[in-house]
Design a protein around this ligand. Structure first.
Ligand code: HEM
Length: 391
């Protein structure tokens, strides 16, 4: 009722501190402004646009593979490599192919975003800090990081416009799409939306990929099954296309089971504008703040027996039909679900195929020993480490 209905369309106060990062971008916006923007931006993630992305994904994944080859047989902290790749992919998606940005500037942007996210999370968890904020040293740290991010976005927008914005609207270039609707997006709104998409898309995808690599390393039998499926479908060709994925049934179930156990975005929060009475008779008055714990729902033993056991068969069709669709919500569900779900899954599938075509993965971080820690995304204490061996 909360995710699927209209009562829970507004995000709760937990999100307020993230407004510094993304203003009134799509994640925190609401009402008519959100509806109109969502409608326009949905075009960008239409299936026909998505298939064009696979070439770009493959190009960026080549760089990841080169970097991993240099570190073969060593203990590798996967987040570092994967984050760079997902950041470059999102940049290409937002700005088209631009070259003026150096890898140092990208790294600084990522570091600044991590600082601002950390500070925002701190303020969300300790709201009293907002009152003291102007007097704290952390304010300067936050302001400096925001300034660096702004400089980066300005430079990227300037180059992208010079290269791509003079012609007709190109819906596969998000900046061009945003600029095509000046009444909806003035220059501040454009920057807010760009920050939103980097913020919403970067860490979520890289966190998912890091956990998937950890799972692959820990379950060699599943890794082999997946490799055989990839070899059967792609054969001798080097790079997958979006059509190939329609025949990779195990890959699909494997990723779903990973996102069930390790959803990067662990909790959503909503503010109820109207009273809501649940089917079991609870009365939630208007103004109630509702936490929806994605992590707990997906590990609820009543919905998933032996929830901690990794079993991709849970996503065989005959098992899926027995569950309510909202028992599996790594991308949330209902009108405010993830706008880029198909895009993210395509990024993940392309990356996993290419990585397994090149490497065997061995565990360093053992699943039985991991400890989760609180962050904006699901995280493991001490990071996720694996070894890549030549296949
Ligand atoms: C595996 C990767 C991803 C996961 C697990 C994920 C998960 C989610 C979830 C759970 C929400 C709902 C948040 C809430 O209730 O507050 C959401 C919303 C959103 N996501 Fe994703 N996401 C992923 C990738 C991406 C990517 C790659 C992008 C952009 C390129 C993106 C853009 C957004 C946006 C803009 C929203 C807000 C939609 C709205 O409220 O209308 N996400 N995502």
């Amino acid at each position: 009722m909360i995710l699927g209905g209209t009562e829970g369309l507004i995000k709760g106060p937990y999100y307020d501190s993230f407004r510094k990062l993304s203003g009134n971008g799509l994640v925190v916006n609401h009402g008519e402004s959100w509806r109109k923007r969502r409608k326009l931006l949905t075009k960008h993630f239409h299936f026909s646009t998505l298939s064009n992305y696979v070439d770009m994904f493959n190009r960026e994944i080549n760089h990841l593979i080169e970097a991993l080859q240099k570190n073969m047989d060593q203990c590798v902290d996967v987040a570092f490599y994967v984050r760079n790749m997902t950041f470059n992919i999102i940049n290409d998606t937002l700005f088209g192919n631009i070259s003026a940005i150096t890898s140092k500037e990208s790294r600084e942007y990522l570091e600044s975003m991590a600082t601002v996210t950390e500070v925002s999370l701190l303020k969300a968890l300790k709201p009293h800090l907002n009152v003291l904020w102007p007097f704290l040293k952390l304010k300067k740290v936050e302001d400096d990081a925001l300034k660096k991010m702004d400089g980066y976005i300005s430079k990227a927008i300037e180059e992208s416009c010079g290269k791509h914005c003079q012609n007709e609207i190109d819906i596969s270039n998000m900046l061009s799409l945003l600029r095509s609707a000046p009444l909806l997006f003035d220059s501040t709104a454009i920057r807010n939306e760009i920050d939103t998409f980097i913020f919403a898309g970067q860490d979520t995808t890289s966190t998912s990929l890091s956990f998937i690599l950890m799972v692959l390393a820990n379950y060699p039998k599943h890794q082999e099954t997946l490799f055989k499926e990839i070899s059967n479908v792609i054969g001798d060709r080097r790079t997958p296309t979006s059509v190939d994925f329609t025949s990779m049934e195990f890959l699909d179930r494997f990723i779903k089971e990973c996102l069930r156990l390790y959803p990067p975005f662990i909790m959503s929060q909503r503010l109820l504008l109207k009273e809501l009475i649940t089917t079991t008779g609870y009365r939630l008055p208007a103004g109630t703040i509702v936490f929806v714990s994605i992590f707990d729902i997906q590990r609820n033993p009543n919905l998933y027996p032996d929830p901690e056991v990794f079993d991709p068969d849970r996503f065989l069709m005959e098992n899926v039909v027995k569950r309510h669709p909202f028992t599996y919500i790594p991308f949330s569900a209902g009108p405010r679900n993830c706008i880029a779900q198909k895009y993210a899954i395509l990024t993940i599938k392309t990356s996993i195929c290419r990585i397994l075509q090149n490497f065997q993965i061995e565990p360093v971080t053992m699943i039985d020993n991991i400890e989760f820690c609180i962050d904006a995304m699901l995280q493991v204490k001490n990071g996720i480490k694996v070894k890549f061996r030549k296949r």
